[in-house]
Design a protein around this ligand. Structure first.
Ligand SMILES: Nc1ncnc2c1ncn2[C@@H]1O[C@H](COP(=O)(O)OP(=O)(O)OP(=O)(O)O)[C@@H](O)[C@H]1O
Ligand SMILES: C[C@@](O)(CCO)CC(=O)[O-]
Ligand SMILES: [Mg+2]
Length: 405
């Protein structure tokens, strides 16, 4: 079977309510954003596996024979790092985490492929390029979109023909398989992920998510407007999640009621968003402010996030951190009555602090994947190496026949 190059795309996410509490089985409200990660898969005739991740300055090749094919997920990925230590030496933390997450998935899916096809000829080599418009490590689900793109590509590479399609949509059974594998990759990056980030990166839309429960679609978001702001303070989700776990172990009688209160905020929102819009607008500022205060007590805010909340509240716009906190991004709700001058003033105030604001829609599509005809391969390669951290050039995406992204 001649494998053609293909492109995968997956969205970032915002958590409106429930981050950290969702790790402990509470509900979270999360939605996809218009900032997306893109993966170009190019088959090669050699037996090299090349990963090109320009966003973290990584361009690395491995001989296929150097990557052990093992059921690594029979243990927690953090216990399987030793299988790949010969391939991980000398990389920065960002790169090492990304490479380990990739290698664990390649190893396990490759192992399953070999078990199912004992007499198959060796797989061809490939190059994977990933270019993301989701700021890395900023709380917008960059790791989840990265994981979903790679899981989709490796499933396609190891002969899951259900991904052979000419339209960006993917069958429901495939989405579920992608989500399961992406969650495994998130275990490497987050340590103890809840699964909300990869679920949004796969399915898109706006969801009420609770570990182990049916995901509930939430409507009523199209009229809501948010401002996303990046404090540009680097943070590490795995560390933030571990800090909360330590705090909870130390003060269970304090932290558990806080997590339950955050759960109550998520459910209060869910009731309001499916009801009367004026009631929602009257309560949203209170819900956002309460959730931020509870996250602050959990120790996952940051001075820059607190400053951001003060700046926007001066204009009656409530904000809260989104994602793991400790830096990264915040979400500001913009009530319908807000004037363009007020929004412009808030953006100027935030820019003065050195923060970056993004105007992006929420609730868009999840992962998309389809073959591309080779005549746009060059254009794709240019696109993947573009430097701007902004929405991709729509004309170029048009040429990639990806206007639906
Ligand atoms: N475009 C990318 N290229 C390569 N690796 C990436 C990319 N985006 C994310 N990653 C991987 O994900 C890691 C960042 O994940 P992390 O969970 O800490 O941040 P986040 O997902 O942006 O925030 P949050 O989980 O709070 O939403 C990076 O260190 C890197 O390993
Ligand atoms: C902090 C957290 O709740 C959200 C990170 O985006 C971690 C997780 O749910 O995996
Ligand atoms: Mg992440």
């Amino acid at each position: 079977m001649t494998v053609r190059p293909f492109l995968v795309s997956s969205p970032g996410k915002v958590i409106l309510f429930g981050e950290h509490a969702v790790v402990y089985g509470k509900s979270a409200v999360a939605a996809s954003i218009g900032l997306r990660a893109y993966l170009l898969f190019q088959p090669t005739q050699d037996h090299q596996v090349r990963i090109r991740f320009p966003d973290i300055l990584l361009d690395q090749s491995f001989a296929q024979d150097d990557i052990p094919l093992l059921p690594v997920y029979e243990q927690h990925p953090s216990e399987s790092e030793h299988h790949f230590s010969h391939l991980l030496a000398g990389f920065s933390d960002n790169a090492r985490v990304a490479i380990l997450a990739f290698l664990c998935l390649y190893s396990h899916i490759g192992f399953e492929y070999e078990q199912a096809h004992p007499n198959a000829p060796p797989k061809y080599g490939f190059t994977i390029h990933i270019k993301s418009f989701i700021p890395v490590g900023a709380g917008l689900g960059s790791s989840a979109a990265f994981s979903v793109c790679i899981a989709t590509a490796l499933l396609r590479h190891f002969d899951h023909s259900s991904l052979d399609n000419s339209s960006p949509g993917l069958p429901a059974s495939t989405l579920s398989t992608i989500n399961n594998w992406a969650f495994r990759m998130e275990q490497v990056t987050h340590g103890q992920p809840s699964g909300v980030d990869n679920t949004i990166a796969v399915y898109g839309g706006a969801k009420l998510y609770r570990k182990g429960q049916e995901v509930e679609n939430l409507e009523g978001f199209s009229s809501m407007r948010f401002l996303l702001t990046n404090t540009r303070v680097p943070k590490n989700t795995k560390k933030m999640v571990a800090n909360v776990a330590q705090f909870r172990n130390k003060y269970p009688a304090v932290v558990d009621p806080l997590l339950e209160a955050i759960n109550g905020i998520a459910h209060s929102f869910k009731e309001l968003v499916s009801g009367n819009p004026s009631q929602l607008n009257a309560s949203l500022a209170e819900l956002v402010t309460m959730n931020q205060s509870l996250l602050s007590v959990l120790g996952v805010s940051h001075q820059t996030l607190d400053t951001l909340c003060q700046v926007t509240s001066c204009q009656q716009l409530p904000s809260k951190l989104t994602g793991a906190g400790g830096g990264g991004c915040a979400l500001t709700w913009v009530p319908p009555s807000t004037t363009p001058d007020t929004i412009a003033q808030v953006k100027r105030d935030l820019k003065t602090l050195g923060y970056i604001t993004y105007d992006t829609d929420i609730g868009g599509p999840g992962v998309q994947a389809c073959d591309i005809s080779t005549d746009v391969q060059h254009a794709t390669s240019i696109f993947l190496h573009s430097d701007s951290l902004c929405e991709p050039d729509t004309e170029l995406l048009e040429r990639l026949k990806w206007t639906s992204i």
